[in-house]
Design a protein around this ligand. Structure first.
Ligand code: COA
Length: 174
């Protein structure tokens, strides 16, 4: 899926492919450590990303390449939720990460914009959502800055670490 043209000087956004596996795993590990103090099992995460590539209906990734180079500096993924109330899909952002040295230069703005354009072009998508850690104020400011507003929900969960060899802290990976 084409994510649309980038304006001059902005990062190039493209769907991720198997060649990006190592970068996506590295970014996911950095994201988990930075935002939740969690050390991901890289083998499990690789398996998770590969399963998504094999079946993009599970999760679809986009990456941002820095202006004028093919270096990947950011990622975002989308998972879907069927809204019976609205008879359409809600796209959920997941695994949002930009490398520290490229922050506050519009990388996530470009990822969000490209993904939003694809969603807007799909008649059966009714909106965008995401969940974010309560303490992650920078990310919350970012989402606000892009026009999103708190949905008014609290996330409840019951995660089973023995199913994926996780750390048993009862919390979910991003
Ligand atoms: C959150 C994150 C993805 C933002 O990416 P980014 O590329 O730096 O964001 P952008 O530069 O595209 O900023 C978009 C808008 O968000 C707001 N924003 C971004 N960073 C901000 C900050 N540190 N403080 C306040 N507002 C901020 C601004 O409104 C900005 O628009 P503007 O620059 O035109 O004013 C990045 O900081 C990151 O990877 N953080 C660590 C991982 C993380 O928290 N992921 C989210 C998990 S839910």
């Amino acid at each position: 899926v084409s994510a649309g043209p980038a304006s001059p000087g902005s990062p190039r956004i493209r769907p991720a492919g198997v060649d990006d596996l190592a970068v996506l795993v590295r970014f996911n590990a950095a994201l988990a450590l930075e935002t939740e103090g969690k050390t991901l099992d890289l083998e499990v995460c690789s398996r998770g990303v590969l399963k998504a590539f094999a079946d993009p209906d599970r999760l679809r990734y986009w990456v941002a390449e820095s202006d004028g180079s093919t270096e990947v500096v950011g990622q975002a993924a989308v998972t879907r939720e069927w809204s019976d109330w609205r008879a359409g899909w809600v796209w959920w952002f997941q695994s949002v990460y930009v490398v520290p040295r490229s922050r506050q230069r519009g990388v996530f703005r470009a990822l969000h914009g490209a993904i939003r354009r694809v969603a807007r072009a799909s008649d059966d998508v009714v909106g965008l959502r995401l969940y974010v850690e309560e303490q992650n104020h920078r990310a919350q400011q970012t989402y606000r800055g892009l026009g999103m507003r708190p949905g008014g929900y609290v996330v409840y969960e019951e995660i089973w670490p023995e199913r994926f060899g996780g750390q048993g802290d009862g919390s979910s990976p991003e």
